[in-house]
Design a protein around this ligand. Sequence first.
Ligand code: HEC
Length: 195
Amino acid sequence: MKKSLYSMLALTALTTILITGCNVETEKKETKKAGSTPEELVKRGEYLVTIAGCDDCHSPKVFGPNGPSIDPELRLSGHPEKVALDPVDKNSLKSWVLFNSHNTATVGPWGASFAANLTSDPTGIGTWTEEQFIKALREGKFKGLDNTRQLLPPMPWPSYSKMTDDDLKAIFAYLRTTKPVKNSVPAPIAPPNLK
Ligand code: HEC
């Protein structure tokens, strides 16, 4: 009888250790989840910006022997204000969409659009609130404000609108840490005004 009581106590203690051990494991995993510290949030934002291809359109390129690559000095600064559009054959725009060599300017049936400056500079998203950023990507609103125009193609905001709040917050947190690049991206050009 005594023996079985001892073994029952031992079993209870073991179970408690196992359960407590499991909890500690889960807690560890929880704190490791990305976004739980400001540094991790920024790191996750950088990861999301990279895999979501924001650089494809928003970063000017340098041209090497293997073709274009991101210009590290101008990363995410949008279409360079000093780079003018070459004249386009407006007839071809009825059925074609054309990108410039940096991928930062696009012409199509909607006219010309220029990828925005996403750096932390005031000419980028430096003065934006997190709410503005979320509205821009969720609702496709210019500057993330009510009563502004819809964002033009090829900004793929309808796809990005499916990101979770946490993802969008992480991206914004990262963009706020980027090197500020002063660059006022030109306004879009309506089709009749294209050269
Ligand atoms: C295929 C090209 C393309 C990709 C990829 C792309 N963008 Fe854009 N983005 C644009 C263009 C072009 C505009 C400007 C549209 C306009 O003026 O209406 C824009 C506009 C924006 C704006 C609005 C800026 C403003 O002033 O209102 C934000 C914010 C933005 N992009 C963030 C992102 C982020 C974050 C990513 C990656 C997750 C991304 N974009 C990927 C092309 C792209």
